[in-house]
Design a protein around this ligand. Structure first.
Ligand code: SAM
Ligand code: F3S
Length: 430
């Protein structure tokens, strides 16, 4: 009796990592592997890693040491590590001799080639599988980043920006739609800089047009945008193309010009404020999320309060808040990390509390409204979907709503999600 070979794939980090892990899992399943959550059952152990903050790196180190006893010298099992933990300049092979191979972030092809060589067979094309797609799928459109934010390790680990050709992205989205996807999220570290690594485009607005033309695709999202790369053309395209959801992910990082300068962000608070104004004028029914780092090197109480004030003023739908974490190899790692941990935590909690209040108020405005929800699946006995502005909505129904548009009347709202009653099926936008 032959048993199905198993793979254990552990993933942590950003949406790009999540998309890579899903792709890799799918390709392994096309090769006959089945997923397992139990590492000891697997012959392939793969870690897709993140080191953007120390807390993520600590989890990677913890996972590596817990898997170490399973590593085999005789080649009967493979322990592979990919992602931002993989620093080409560090002697990882020397420090982690029990790891069979290290791969750069997003190097799925490298992992598959290794697996094929190890398993002694030729790789089938990934598209050979006709597995159903998720309702909402992620498609990477560019890799790497050309910015040099002084706190960030990503540029060093992921390298300069490389945009994927439009035709390749459209073909991938088309395949996902043919397999049941109704929404795609276009991913990049700076998704709005798409195409700027070529002499003359095409750019994100052109890509949005091209993906928009796909029949049976209902919704398009994109993240994350860099405030410096956002162009009037992109804003105009989002406002004009009905399938493109007016849902913006625009990290501000700080509401203080001196901190922004030290972070090397390349814009001022005034520029950011003006950009938000243009976005909200062009797409009044939009959702706007941002990222903030608190406790960056030298951040004074007054500088932090400028961030708090900006968050109060601009009323984001969501703020992803991180306490600054010094990363070796970045310029800021050479500066004093002089905001004590408990003070970082105080600032983080204060900002969080402020934002929770704002999100509660924003979401409460939807109470009693009927909104179109693209239903992604079930969670704890209820259907789960999202509004065009990317708000989570739950509802109960005995019918099968997966992959459908539901019109849902909102009956309860909280800061992070809402509940409603289904009022009927909706029409795709566009
Ligand atoms: N491209 C995006 C932008 O324009 O900011 C962000 C990409 S970055 C990899 C994702 C998030 O991680 C950032 O928005 C930032 O808030 C957080 N981050 C990056 N480096 C960090 C550090 N050293 N400490 C704390 N948070 C960090
Ligand atoms: Fe990092 Fe700044 Fe790029 S946060 S990913 S260096 S835009």
């Amino acid at each position: 009796m032959t048993t199905t070979p198993r793979y254990y794939l552990w993933n942590i980090g950003c949406q790009m990592n999540q998309a890579d892990a899903e792709r890799l899992g799918e390709a392994l399943e096309a090769r006959g592997y089945a997923a397992t959550r139990e590492p000891s059952e697997a012959t392939l152990l793969i870690l897709n890693t993140c080191v953007v903050r120390q807390s993520a790196e600590d989890k990677v180190l913890g996972r590596l040491s817990s898997l170490r006893p399973l590593a085999c010298d005789d080649g009967s099992r493979q322990l592979l590590v990919m992602g931002c933990f993989v620093d080409q300049a560090a002697d990882l092979e020397v420090h982690y001799p029990y790891v069979d191979r290290f791969f750069a972030p997003s190097d799925i092809q490298g992992v598959l080639a290794h697996v094929d060589a190890w398993a002694g067979r030729n790789g089938e094309a990934v598209s050979a599988t006709a597995k159903p797609a998720r309702v909402n799928e992620m498609v990477p459109i560019s890799y790497g980043c050309d910015h040099r934010c002084t706190y960030c390790i990503v540029t060093e680990r992921r390298g300069p920006q490389r945009s994927r050709p439009i035709a390749e992205i459209v073909a991938e989205a088309e395949d996902l739609v043919a397999r049941g996807a109704r929404e795609v999220t276009l991913l990049g570290q700076n998704v709005d800089a798409y195409g700027t690594d070529w002499a003359d485009g095409p750019y994100l607005a052109d890509l949005l047009e091209a993906v928009h033309a796909l029949p049976d695709l209902w919704r398009i999202r994109f993240l994350t945008s860099h405030p410096r790369e956002m162009t009037p053309r992109i804003i105009e395209a989002v406002a004009r193309l009905p399938k493109v959801c007016p849902s913006w992910e625009l990290p501000v990082q700080s509401g203080d010009d001196a901190v922004l300068r030290r972070m090397g962000r390349g814009y001022t608070v005034a520029h950011f404020r003006e950009l938000v104004g243009r976005i909200r004028t062009a797409t009044p029914e939009s959702g706007l999320n941002t990222d903030v780092i608190v406790g960056f090197c030298g951040e004074t109480e007054a500088e932090f309060y400028n961030t708090l004030e900006l968050v109060r003023e601009l009323r984001f739908d969501m703020v992803h808040i991180a306490a600054y974490s010094a990363r070796e190899g970045t310029p800021a790692a050479g500066w004093p990390d002089d905001v004590p941990p408990e003070e970082k935590e105080r600032r983080r909690a204060l900002l969080e509390e402020t934002q929770t209040q704002i999100a509660t108020e924003i979401n409460a405005r939807l109470l009693g409204e009927t909104v179109p929800i693209l239903v992604e699946g079930r969670q704890r006995g209820r259907w789960r979907g999202r509004t065009r502005t990317n708000k989570l909505v739950f509802f109960e129904s005995d019918d099968n709503w997966r992959g459908k548009l539901a019109r849902v009347r909102i009956t309860w709202t909280g800061p992070w999600s809402m509940i409603g009653d289904v009022a009927g099926e909706g029409e795709p936008e566009g």
